[in-house]
Design a protein around this ligand. Structure first.
Ligand SMILES: NC(=O)C1=CN([C@@H]2O[C@H](COP(=O)(O)OP(=O)(O)OC[C@H]3O[C@@H](n4cnc5c(N)ncnc54)[C@H](O)[C@@H]3O)[C@@H](O)[C@H]2O)C=CC1
Ligand SMILES: [Mg+2]
Ligand SMILES: [Mg+2]
Ligand SMILES: [Mg+2]
Ligand SMILES: [Zn+2]
Length: 457
């Protein structure tokens, strides 16, 4: 009985994948409406329906699979996503479905070089930041007491999360934001040293069942709170499984994509508040303004109050991170810092210095850290990195020289790895000679993007 059930399911999966490969939109739609779990099923070599649609150029089928929420990040046994497959076979209109939610008309204006934003961890914006509301203190106050509002809490920049029941056994722990309401955080909000940041409102407007009152606009606002004192006693009705993330790396990487995006925004702004308590221009006390997106000096004659002073706003540090390609096109340069887990190699990276372009920073950092000279540089994609507030600007570049001489202060070792060694590492094969940074790091995407550009599918 059990086996018969299994084989009936297998048969259905096989049919579904076959329809996707043939581009039979009608059958695919009917099967999805009957059973949505089919959309992420895999066949031979780990291929999903989306991969088959991407391989054979079936745009409408790919579109319906994506709009039904199929997982675009799944990889087949050769390490390729459906996006890689669409790009490799030249179906640019399908590849563009993966970029910015698939506004293909707009993206037709740009060359198809980038990695889809959706593939980058910490990038997902499911809130509308609504910066115009930051100066509306009445609206902000009403939202802070609205029962619909969502609060996330940090203690010393350590995020409050809850874990699912499978935490101990799963290879990747199941960690979720602990979302609190106004009555749970009432006491914490009243504390003088609690920093409050307005994060935005949910893009998806919920239809309220009760009739709206004057201040109800149907928008669900989100706020982030941080305090240096353990806030647990002030919080009401928190989940028994909740705890504070003590090590941002790697624990923040276990959130889902939407929650990771909100966390990146919240943690970076809160980290700025905790590091810039006093005016950087004159050292005086400051006041928090604009929903937590500004600090204003309290000294009347301070220079920071005249004109636009960037010290009053949250800071972002631009960092270049680059995959350096060997002139033979078949190897890439990766390095390891002492603090990396044993065996892991990643792309070289470094802070952009004042007065420098992205290209110059790539060439300087690679030369400093590895002794390799770099020629052409091409931007690929970027990633906010909230430890505490970097913007990782991911590039591909081509080496002009190949001898390696590492700067031992920064890098323990740097090596050229062949394409095959990189594929083995991406697939975590037994014969792999190194391990890759996790899929949530932009370095992983830069490496995968290079492999995907020339993959032998
Ligand atoms: N593969 C990698 O190396 C990855 C690096 N990152 C992040 O990229 C950032 C930069 O990479 P690094 O190799 O450390 O940079 P780096 O190669 O420029 O060296 C870091 C040193 O630069 C100096 N520095 C210059 N500007 C700085 C600033 N604004 N903030 C802090 N230090 C500054 C400090 O002395 C620091 O020790 C780090 O925050 C790191 O967490 C993130 C993911 C991967
Ligand atoms: Mg570096
Ligand atoms: Mg450096
Ligand atoms: Mg540097
Ligand atoms: Zn000042």
């Amino acid at each position: 009985m059990f086996n018969a059930h299994l084989s009936a399911k297998d048969e259905m999966v096989e049919k579904f994948l076959d329809y996707a490969a043939k581009g039979d939109l009608e059958k695919i739609s009917a099967m999805i409406s009957h059973s949505t779990t089919l959309i992420n099923e895999r066949g031979e070599q780990g291929w999903t329906a989306l991969m088959f649609a991407a391989r054979n150029g079936h745009y409408e089928v790919a579109k319906i699979l994506i709009s039904n929420g199929c997982d675009k990040s799944l990889v087949n046994k050769s390490g390729q996503t459906a996006y890689d497959i669409a790009k490799f076979w030249g179906y640019k209109h399908i590849a563009k479905l993966f970029i910015n939610g698939g506004d293909s008309n707009l993206h037709n204006l740009l060359p198809c070089t980038g990695v889809g934003d959706q593939e980058i961890y910490f990038n997902r914006e499911f809130l509308n930041r609504m910066s115009e509301k930051r100066t509306n203190s009445e609206w902000l106050a009403a939202k802070q007491s609205s029962p619909e509002t969502v609060f996330i809490v940090f203690y010393n920049l350590n995020l409050l999360v809850t874990s699912g029941p499978d935490k101990e056994t799963a290879s990747q722990p199941n960690v979720k934001l602990c979302k609190l309401n106004a009555s749970s955080v009432e006491a914490l909000l009243k504390k003088i040293d609690t920093t409050v940041v307005f994060l935005g409102v949910e893009k998806e407007v919920k239809k309220s069942s009760s009739s709206p009152t004057a201040d109800e606009d149907g928008l669900v606002a989100w706020f982030a709170l941080n305090t240096d004192e353990d806030p647990t006693e002030c919080l009401k009705s928190i989940d028994a499984n909740s705890f504070y993330i003590k090590r941002p790396m790697p624990d923040l990487l276990f959130l889902n994509e939407d929650e990771a995006g909100v966390t990146a925004h919240a943690r970076s702004v809160l980290a700025w508040h905790s590091r810039y308590k006093f005016c950087p221009t004159c050292g005086s006390e400051t006041r928090v303004d604009e929903g937590g997106h500004k600090r204003t000096c309290l000294r009347e004659d301070c220079k920071s109050l005249k004109g636009v002073h960037n010290t009053c706003y949250p800071r972002v540090d631009p960092v270049v991170i680059m995959l350096v390609l060997h002139p033979d096109g078949n190897q890439c340069l990766l390095g390891r810092k002492k603090i990396f887990p044993p065996g892991m190699f990643s792309c070289l990276a470094g802070f952009i210095e004042p007065g420098e372009t992205i290209e110059e920073a790539v060439r300087r950092e690679v030369l400093e850290e590895s002794g390799v000279r770099v020629g052409p540089v091409q931007y690929v994609s970027c990633q906010p990195w909230p430890m505490p507030s970097s913007l990782m600007i991911g590039c591909h570049s081509v080496a002009l020289s190949t001898d390696i001489k590492v700067d031992e202060n920064e890098i323990e070792e740097a090596r050229w790895f062949t394409r095959q060694q990189v594929v083995d590492a991406l697939l975590k094969a037994k014969q792999a000679v190194f391990t890759m940074p996790p899929r949530q790091a932009v370095a992983h995407n830069l490496v995968k993007h290079w492999i995907g550009m020339n993959a032998n599918l």
